[in-house]
Design a protein around this ligand. Structure first.
Ligand code: F6P
Length: 467
């Protein structure tokens, strides 16, 4: 069996290293631990090197997984991660171009860091490795590897959405990046819409040609496109949620509600998550319901605080929350609890089980695994209702949720009222349909599907996903 080489910006670094693992890294960790292989990426550290020289990768072996990680310099972190990845690509890919802040030197640095990743990875590669590159931070990497003569099977998976050609074209430098992604053998997306948008963009901006539903041609090479919706370990999450009901954090939260219905939102504090819009919908809901009948708990963990849009958002969300509580609060009751401190995944599972309504209303989201976790956490005998943005990738699979347009505060408020008042039989029916969509899947299965496709045989027989 060939060795798997995963390349991602974040690496779930072994204990002792002060990195943090995002959703992407956690999803891949189980698969890599079982299969073994090499994981290459950023160490999470920002260091200054004497004379601008770069240190070689640091190595750590933990079980069957070898980790090779690079530090970034201050300037690399600013240009590649904060600047171009999160200040240009992230807002563009989520169709929020007004949040883009472009500086030409950031694009330069983005390319240089991608090439530095390639330079350091190439000497570590073996002939039969399969290389799997992840996400928008590393769009230049497949091209950089090919330029160095690497002809190993190379896959690229985009965890975030991909909009249509007109929306993509606003990002300076994107044409070259799309061409670099097209150096892959297999490009994976969360939804068929993302795949088709990419194909249209590759045709219009990068000179590729679509030759089939799942194939394109670029410079005489065939490139395969596939749809691989990210999954959670649903049964495991359900068991965790059920077990948490008896434990302190969930018990204390339940006690504090004193019979009120709980509405719950769990997000990184990110402009794509639609938090001000969600708070506006909640304001409308609470203005029409009796005091002490419902409480909203919103956990919004600060993220990417080097990016101005994120700092502004925090002030906006704090202020909106304050005004809801000052307008509708009573001496003995506040309708909204806003927490910046993140909670553990297990604790969140318990909170989800308690919540009558799960609010997952991003303006745009690649998948949004919180939506799947909320479904998995429910008590089948008395499930809560998921209010889900139709612009989250998860909506393609969870059509039985109450789907909303997050830009329509009144429509969202109506959906929340409906969720709060929904009869048990309808809640059960909707929940069951959602559960069916996620129950059999696991993150490992998702990864294995992609890796199976990244073989000569697999590329010929790519599963057709019509979502
Ligand atoms: O959604 C994309 C993503 O990379 C997730 O996989 C991850 O959870 C999140 O963004 C974290 O972002 P960052 O690495 O910038 O902290």
């Amino acid at each position: 069996m060939s060795r798997i080489v995963v390349v991602s910006n974040r690496v779930p670094v072994p204990a002792g290293n002060a990195g943090h693992a995002g959703g992407l890294a956690v999803a891949l960790l189980g698969l890599m631990q079982r299969r073994g292989g090499l994981w290459f990426g950023w160490s999470g550290a920002v260091t200054e090197t004497a004379g601008g020289d770069h240190a070689p990768p640091a190595f750590a072996q933990r079980g069957a997984v070898g980790y090779a990680t690079l530090d970034l310099t201050e300037a690399e972190h600013r240009g590649y991660y904060t600047g171009y990845s999160n200040g240009v690509l992230w807002p563009m890919l989520h169709a929020l171009p007004h949040l883009m802040v472009f500086r030409r030197q950031d694009l330069e640095t983005y390319r240089k860091v991608n090439h530095r990743f390639a330079d350091n990875l190439v000497p570590l590669l073996r002939d039969d490795d399969r290389i799997w590159v992840h996400d928008y931070h590393l769009m230049s990497l497949p091209g950089a590897l090919r330029a160095q003569g690497v002809d190993n099977p190379t896959g690229f998976f985009l965890h975030v959405p991909f909009p249509g050609p007109e929306a993509v074209a606003v990002a300076p430098g994107i044409r070259g990046l799309v061409q670099d992604v097209l150096a892959s053998d297999l490009i994976g997306f969360q939804t068929a819409t993302d795949r088709d948008n990419f194909a249209a963009t590759a045709t219009e901006l990068a000179g590729a040609m679509r030759t089939g539903d799942q194939t394109m041609e670029m410079g005489g090479r065939e490139v395969h496109l596939g749809v691989f919706p990210a999954e959670i370990a649903a049964s495991e999450f359900a068991a965790t949620a059920a077990a948490q009901v008896g434990l302190e954090p969930t018990r204390l939260l339940a006690q504090s509600l004193r019979g009120q219905a709980l509405l719950l939102g769990i997000d990184r504090l990110d402009p794509t998550k639609g938090l001000p819009e969600r708070l506006e919908a909640f304001r409308r809901v609470i203005s029409r319901r009796p005091a002490r009948s419902a409480t909203m708990l919103q956990i919004a963990a600060p993220s990417r605080e080097d990016v101005l849009a994120y700092r502004r958002l925090r002030a906006e969300v704090d202020s909106a929350a304050g005004s809801i509580n000052s307008e509708f609060g009573e001496p003995d009751w506040l309708p909204l609890r806003l927490l910046a401190r993140p909670q553990s995944r297990d604790t969140i599972a318990g909170f989800m089980r308690l919540a009558k309504v799960g609010l997952v209303t991003p303006l745009r989201d690649g998948m949004n695994l919180v939506a799947k976790e909320y479904v998995a956490a429910q008590d089948p005998a008395d499930p809560g209702v998921l209010v889900l943005s139709r612009f989250a990738g998860a909506a393609a699979q969870l059509g039985s949720a109450l789907l909303v347009n997050p830009h329509d505060a009144e429509g969202m408020a109506e959906a929340i009222h409906r969720a709060l008042d929904m009869p048990l039989a309808e809640r059960q029916e909707r929940w069951w349909a959602s559960w069916q969509a996620i129950a059999g899947a696991t993150p490992e299965g998702w990864g294995e599907d992609f890796l199976r496709a990244l073989t000569p045989d697999g590329l010929e027989r790519l599963p057709v996903a019509g979502m």
